[in-house]
Design a binder for this molecule. Structure first.
Ligand SMILES: O=P(O)(O)O[C@H]1[C@H](O)[C@@H](O)[C@H](O)[C@H](O)[C@@H]1O
Ligand SMILES: [Mg+2]
Length: 289
């Protein structure tokens, strides 16, 4: 199929261009403005949003609407202002303008612009631009995963005792949730594994799995916009995706395990506390149209 007859490739090329432009906006703010006094909160006192998150999302959605007027959107900040969070079979752009907003506010240099594209509820391609590092992660279903054009491959490690694991503390400070986070962490650390890390961005942790820097990433409480784009980057790099229950990944379930292989995934999942956050497609401000 030639490029001009491949509308999904046109859409992906557009996503790469707009993610790069978004990254330039983010870098400009990080270099020249202090965001710490301009922060607002969403679901909890530590779930942050800034004007830049909103500006970047508007930039992406407006540019896509003008080129692909029939496509639908799920965007973190649009859902936050009451837009529906329903994945239909229509072509849908799934956008997190800044994955790692807390990092952005603190100038901790890991923030990702995430753009995923789903058709028939399957992610066809994903773009994650690590704006401060200037790393463009891309993958299209069936066509491999890349960082700045170089192919990505997950780690070949199968011994959990030689593995590096990534996770996050999230933004839910309910004491019962915090207990479960620490219980899982305690068990994983005590296996033992070589180490536990966290980039502060679900998408960049998943890209770390894709490039072989960590064997596995897990988290409960993520949203569809944090993981959709990076999901295809992980699988195209040879990795596997699971729910923390061990079942198949459900993009709306708010639970994810991304691993280099089944052996590591199964071994770590056995140590994880399973608990639920309200599904993305069931939240009160996410009712169907
Ligand atoms: O809200 P943004 O888009 O910055 O993303 C979230 C991260 O992706 C999570 O892994 C992480 O645990 C946090 O919940 C973080 O908020
Ligand atoms: Mg996010």
């Amino acid at each position: 199929m030639s490029k001009s007859h491949d509308p999904w490739q046109d859409a992906m090329d557009h996503a790469v261009a707009v993610a790069r432009k978004s990254g330039e906006m983010i870098r400009e703010v990080v270099q020249n403005q202090d965001q710490s006094s301009l922060v607002q909160t969403k679901s909890s006192a530590v779930d942050l949003v800034t004007e830049t998150d909103q500006k970047v999302e508007r930039l992406i959605i407006q540019s896509v609407k003008s080129k692909f007027p029939s496509h639908r959107f799920i965007g973190e900040e649009s859902v936050s202002s009451g837009e529906p969070c329903i994945l239909t079979s229509d072509p849908t752009w799934i956008i997190d303008p800044i994955d790692g907003t807390t990092n952005f506010v603190h100038r901790y240099p890991f923030v990702g612009v995430c753009i995923g594209f789903a058709v028939n509820q399957q992610v066809e391609w994903g773009v994650v631009y690590s704006a401060i590092e200037d790393k463009m992660f891309t993958a299209r279903r069936g066509r491999g995963a890349f960082c700045n054009g170089r192919p990505l491959q997950v780690s070949t490690q199968t011994d959990v005792h030689r593995s590096m694991v990534a996770t996050e503390f999230g933004s839910d400070r309910d004491p019962q949730v915090v207990d479960k986070i620490f219980s899982s962490l305690h068990k994983v650390l005590s296996l033992p594994v070589h180490g536990v890390r966290g980039a502060g961005s679900a998408a960049l942790n998943m890209c770390a799995v894709a490039r072989g820097s960590v064997e596995l990433y897990y988290e409960t409480g993520v949203h569809v916009w944090d993981i959709a784009a990076a999901s295809v980057i992980v699988t195209e790099a040879g990795g596997v995706l699971r729910d923390t229950t061990g079942g198949a990944l459900d993009l709306m379930s708010r639970r994810i395990v991304a691993a280099n292989n089944e052996t590591i995934a199964t071994r770590i999942i056995a140590e994880l506390e399973v608990y639920s956050s309200e599904r993305d497609d069931r939240a009160p401000d996410c009712e169907p149209e």
